[in-house]
Design a protein around this ligand. Sequence first.
Ligand code: CAA
Length: 291
Amino acid sequence: MEIKRIGVIGAGQMGNGIAHVMALAGYEVVLNDISEEALSAAVSLVSKNLDRQVSKDRISEDEKQAAMNRISTTLKLPELGATDLVIEAATERETVKQAIFEDLVPHLQPHTILTSNTSSISITRLASRTDRPEKFMGFHFMNPVPVMQLVELIRGIATNEETYKACLGVVESLGKSAASAEDFPAFIVNRILIPMINEAVYTLYEGVGSVKSIDTSMKLGANHPMGPLELADFIGLDTCLAIMNVLHDGLADTKYRPCPLLVKYVEAGWLGRKTQRGFYDYRGETPVPTR
Ligand code: CAA
């Protein structure tokens, strides 16, 4: 099946990155959000991030303009009805996602593939609330979307081969690579990455190392581009905690218990870069460790 028009729900960090890479690859993109401010902020950010690529001679100014022209925005979910593929990247709360699918499904064409960029919610459960579980799957991008090479493709129990192949074709057309994951809590990347981050928070909590020594150890000792605490701030501490809770509840194993210090930071509203404070304080010129 041919995919030409793509609907993206949610204009936040992930949604704007998804709109960026899809438009640059030649797809018509309809970006939806409930807030006009979020939509205009997302379009400006896509323009700014495309400018980075122009300034590095990765793309031409004309390619940037063509990509921008392929992005339209709407506050009305039913306008996504005419797309061939929908990628939902709204708030990571199951009730929010279910309400979106409920509103959207009656407007979709029969052939439209429905996907979610969820980082940990069950694809099978989300799919079961729609009219098309066989045409539903997980389409999980990594942050920052324009830079990261991987997309996890997660099949729910009912996802058919045609849907998987169509999504794989889209990933390849972006010049990215896909990893196929089965639908178990947090899939592959977050099943491995988030417990590592949680362990880094335990290492801090137990006084084994400071924020700086933990991050330096993993950057220089394991060649990670960011230390685990810096990465936690980048992902969002609320997201990290939510994923640990999904692992803890879904696998019922105490090895996934969230570190109390991670809980405390989230309770304080210190969620990382997005609130300007997490394991680092970003309010000054350079980030300063908060412990
Ligand atoms: N759009 C376009 N380009 C971008 C960009 C964006 N949003 N952000 C960064 N870039 C580009 C820069 O222009 C730069 O390009 P060149 O290589 O051409 O110079 C390149 O990316 C590197 O950026 P910087 O030089 O600014 O910074 P850096 O070298 O420190 O790299 C980073 C930044 C790519 C984020 C790097 O630190 C990194 O890879 N960190 C780890 C990221 C990671 O692990 N992401 C996964 C998180 S987990 C997840 O997403 C799953 C989940 O569900 C929670």
